[in-house]
Design a protein around this ligand. Structure first.
Ligand SMILES: O=c1ccn([C@H]2C[C@H](O)[C@@H](COP(=O)(O)OP(=O)(O)OP(=O)(O)O)O2)c(=O)[nH]1
Length: 144
């Protein structure tokens, strides 16, 4: 088991927990009441900062029901929390765009995260021609 140090910025949200047996993604909650007008952008505080285990990063995505329930889209679509984002003020946020007037209440579960090991270090070798098999470029498959 990997241990994660966690700091809560409010006692108004429930502590992070697995939803038993359903998934290993962990839901994150809004730490503030947030009102958005259609077309507005805001950063929603998630009320937590964490020190991830060495060699890991975290990925934050919306819950499948988030758009239906709240009419918001995560503007970066896939949030990356770096291992170095681990200090006392490094609260996690969800950047959102509202497509309708909406309200998010404290403790609403609006997104979810998991931790992942860093990718191996890569380097780039420039070539004139790639020796892989050619698929024909973007959008060339899947045409009946
Ligand atoms: O959805 C997100 C995405 C990022 N972060 C935090 C953690 C991450 O480590 C930091 C920086 O994110 P990123 O590197 O993706 O953003 P940037 O626009 O490149 O900003 P920076 O210059 O701070 O790296 O912001 C969040 O709280 N929520």
């Amino acid at each position: 088991m990997e241990k994660i140090q966690i700091k809560y910025f409010t006692d108004k949200i429930e502590p992070l927990a697995y939803i038993d047996g359903k998934s290993d993604w962990i839901d994150l909650r809004a730490a503030q009441e947030v009102t958005l007008k259609a077309g507005e952008f805001k950063l929603i505080p998630l009320g937590v900062a964490m020190r991830l285990p060495a060699g890991y990063e975290a990925h934050v995505v919306p819950r499948s029901s988030t758009f239906k329930n709240f009419g918001i889209i995560q503007t970066n679509h896939f949030g990356v929390i770096d291992e170095t984002y681990c200090g006392d003020n490094d609260q996690w946020f969800m950047p959102v765009y509202a497509v309708r007037d909406t309200q998010i209440h404290v403790n609403d579960r609006i997104c979810q995260f998991r931790i992942m090991k860093h990718q191996p270090t890569v380097c780039f070798e420039q070539v004139e021609k790639l020796d892989g098999e050619d698929r024909g470029g973007f959008g060339s498959t899947g045409k009946a």
